[in-house]
Design a protein around this ligand. Structure first.
Ligand SMILES: [Zn+2]
Length: 318
């Protein structure tokens, strides 16, 4: 489910720009079992189709362009897209549509075909999670299934949400907890992954973005007051953002911003009327997507350590 920071309105769903075939897409299974070499590449573990592109699409595109195998493991089918407070709106989505959208995004980013755990989307807090959803699944079961994927792919680096899941979505927090636990188990084994990153937003970014959105709302003459759900979510974003000094890793993704935007455009069912060819909206996207921010959880940073790329990957930039 997309970040409501990015969800101005539910409206028509125009098709995004066509996505060109990306040269150099990774072969899935480039690092298959039985491989005896060191672990290699990046496994991004997120909850819904579109989380990967918002949070780490730029890093994935950069890693792929640098020659690393890159995979996306998506825990749910994203079948409950939508926003709280949309009274009378059917939040259910055909899982096939969202799976196809993720496949499209992976192609845009130049990474391998997505892998799904197939849980149902829990929907947002207060919607009542359906049977079979990620947040209701036993934690041990999810950890074990993620661990099996890690064993098969043998990535060097794993990235997932930070514990607050950016804004507290129950699937995001479940994904962070289980992926982190699976990493810990795998990293303790010989030939296991060597670095874990949590995707996190610095608080200054969230407050700045909310102020800009509020200014934009006033400028456009939208005098509709935010709903209670909107306000609660805005608060959750600020509360769950991380103090700026805790962010260890700030990656400049400008060289691959086009790929990230193309990947986001693939998630057509979630984009709610965003006009990809509107120069103002485009400029806003580019402002928002200049960097991606993470906390390196393992190996733990020494106090004050900062980096501009992921440890454990080949990194040539683009
Ligand atoms: Zn999500």
């Amino acid at each position: 489910m997309e970040s409501p920071l990015m969800a101005p309105d539910r409206a028509d769903r125009p098709r995004g720009p066509p996505v060109a075939d990306m040269a150099g897409a990774n072969e899935p299974g480039a690092n298959e079992p039985g491989a005896s070499g060191p672990p290699a590449g990046l496994l991004a573990i997120f909850a819904h189709p579109d989380d990967e592109s918002f949070g780490a699409g730029g890093v994935m595109a950069l890693a792929a362009a640098s020659g690393n195998p890159v995979w996306v493991l998506c825990a749910t089918n994203g079948d409950q897209g939508g926003r709280p407070g949309e009274v009378g709106v059917d939040h259910s989505f055909d899982p096939e549509i969202r799976r196809e959208e993720l496949a499209c995004a992976c192609k845009a980013l130049g990474v391998a075909e997505p892998i799904f755990l197939g849980y149902r989307d829990s929907g947002m807090e207060g919607w009542g999670a359906p049977e079979g959803s990620l947040s209701l699944a036993p934690q041990d079961e999810v950890v074990e299934r993620i661990l099996a994927v890690i064993h098969r792919l043998r990535p060097a680096v794993i990235v997932t949400f930070d514990p607050g899941g950016v804004y507290g979505h129950p699937d995001h927090t479940a994904c962070s907890a289980t992926a982190t636990a699976a990493y810990r188990l795998a990293a303790a084994e010989p030939g296991g992954p060597v670095a874990l990153y949590h995707q996190a937003l610095p608080r200054s970014f969230v407050t700045g973005m909310q102020a800009a959105q509020e200014a934009e709302r006033r400028r456009s003459g939208d005098d509709k007051p935010p709903t209670e759900d909107d306000l609660r979510q805005q608060e959750a974003f600020v509360k769950l953002a991380r103090p700026d000094e805790e962010i260890t890793t700030i990656v400049n993704i400008v060289p691959v911003a086009e790929r990230k935007i193309a990947a986001l455009a693939c998630h057509d069912s979630q984009m709610r009327g965003r006009q990809w060819d509107d120069p103002e909206q485009r400029a806003e996207m580019e402002r928002m997507f200049g960097t991606e921010t993470f906390i390196r959880v393992d190996p733990p940073p020494v106090p004050g350590e900062k980096e501009d790329r992921f440890t454990g990957l080949e990194w040539s930039g683009e």
